[in-house]
Design a protein around this ligand. Structure first.
Ligand SMILES: Cc1ncc(COP(=O)(O)O)c(C=O)c1O
Length: 436
């Protein structure tokens, strides 16, 4: 049975399984800026896999670190034990975080990082004698992974509608505003006041019921929503005023995507907790991390009774092979100056993206760092179809883009050069005309 239908068993995540299995597109190998599919076609990676292989694919130092560690210690528990690579990686990650966020909890994915951050926020409120603070605030259109915590604070309807999330969650409005901000480069001018909605939520529920606010500093998965000028600072100020823990979900923005190690650091922000994953190991081994302000860590750990202070963790928290990949990745980022790439190439990138303005069906182009979102007018009665068609046409013509709703998102490996940028936007322009 399986021999006759080799694609049947794998229930693919976030995939139109029936459509895919009728027309499969399978990747076979990867190197630097490219994938190759099973038929030998070369595909330029416009998305760093899934916003994660920031240093490009199959980089030798990472591959070597992984194989060396897998051969010397394949696994070592970090519950009541430890191993040097985990401590070393935690210190290295802490060094990259905004001031004060120097306590690092390891996870295996972005979803786990989000759940960990939410649990730590609830735990610290309790440690601070604020145990009525149990409410979590997310944002419409937010994506925080697929755990129950993440879908509860997330704001993408299809990820939520079948599952009752956590109780006691509220949402800020999203910041997408085509009428005022279409075709903005970098931070859109209008919308800082949307952060003030947090004051409305505080007035509605009472500050003493609210534990934490979580937002992506730049929302990626919903289709590249860049924060309006001043918006994040307003959120920071309102959280500080009301004793609310502010979590920035940097699963895609950390490790160079918008320049610097984090969007927070680059944009002059200091949240209380930062979640990460993806670029931490260049995605060569699954791993996530949560950077926590030292005062939060200390309030939980130092006020606890003897014994385990936080009843939370994963078998693979600080897995040695992932740590080895993480250390080699951070070395590579530093040696190759990859956190500067968004600055070095950002203007060229933005100009190339915005040069598509006027092509058929484009209703917005937005760019920041080495990220671009190209929003297409939905086909009447068939939302998402146009972007899906463009995604397929790009793939068949040797370019990997990401389609989300009717938005094409681009987030290439940071090792790209101008010729890759020309190729990406050149192909998208041609194919948009072709499928129009
Ligand atoms: C901001 C954000 N948070 C969380 C996640 C979930 O990460 P994972 O798929 O590793 O669980 C993602 C994934 O794209 C993300 O973009």
């Amino acid at each position: 049975m399986r021999k006759n239908d080799p694609l049947a068993a794998f229930w693919m995540p976030f995939t139109a399984n029936r459509a895919y299995k009728a027309h499969p597109r399978q990747l076979a190998s990867a190197k630097d800026m490219h994938y190759w599919d099973v038929t030998g076609n070369r595909i330029l990676d416009g998305t760093s896999g899934l916003w994660c292989s920031n240093a490009g694919h199959c980089r030798a130092p990472i591959v070597e670190a992984i194989s060396k560690t897998a051969a010397s210690m394949d696994f070592g528990p970090t519950f009541q034990l430890g191993h040097p690579l985990a401590f070393e990686l935690a210190s290295r990650v802490a060094d990259l975080m905004p001031d004060g966020l120097d306590r690092i909890f390891f996870t295996n994915s972005g979803s786990e990082s989000v759940d960990t951050a939410l649990k730590i926020a609830l735990a610290v409120q309790r440690s601070r004698g604020q145990s009525t603070r149990t409410r979590l605030i997310g944002r419409e259109r937010g994506y925080h992974g697929t755990g129950f915590g993440g879908i509860s604070v997330g704001g993408i309807v299809n990820n939520r509608r079948w599952w009752q999330g956590l109780p006691g969650v509220d949402h800020l409005p999203h910041t997408h505003d085509l009428a005022r901000n279409a075709f903005s480069k970098a931070f859109p001018a209008y919308g800082a006041e949307l952060a003030d909605d947090l004051e409305r939520i505080v007035a509605l529920h009472g500050a003493e019921t609210i534990a934490a606010v979580i937002v992506e500093p730049m929302a990626g998965s919903t289709g590249v929503l860049i924060p309006p000028v001043g918006y994040l600072q307003r959120l920071r100020d309102i959280c500080t005023k009301h004793g609310i823990v502010l979590i920035f979900d940097e699963v895609i923005t950390a490790f160079g995507r918008v320049g610097g190690a984090t969007a927070s650091g680059t944009w002059g922000m200091t949240p209380d907790i930062i979640t990460m994953a993806k670029g931490l190991t260049n995605a060569a081994v699954p791993m996530g991390a949560v950077a926590v302000h030292r005062s939060i860590h200390d309030d939980i750990v130092n006020k606890a009774a003897d014994g385990i202070e936080l009843f939370h963790g994963y078998t693979y928290s600080g897995h040695p092979v992932a740590c080895a990949a993480g250390l080699a990745t951070l070395d590579l980022y530093a040696q190759e100056g990859l956190f500067n790439k968004a600055d070095e190439l950002g203007a060229y990138w933005a100009d190339a993206a915005h040069s598509l303005r006027g092509k058929p069906h484009i209703i917005d182009i937005r760019t920041i760092g080495l990220v671009a979102g190209i929003e297409l007018e939905p086909r009447p009665g068939a939302p998402t179809k146009r972007a899906t068609e463009l995604f397929h046409a790009c793939f068949d013509n040797g370019l990997l883009v990401r389609a989300t709703g009717d938005i094409i998102a681009l987030s290439p490996p940071l090792i790209l050069d101008k010729s890759h940028i020309d190729e990406m936007f050149g192909k998208i322009g041609e194919l948009l005309t072709a499928i129009a």
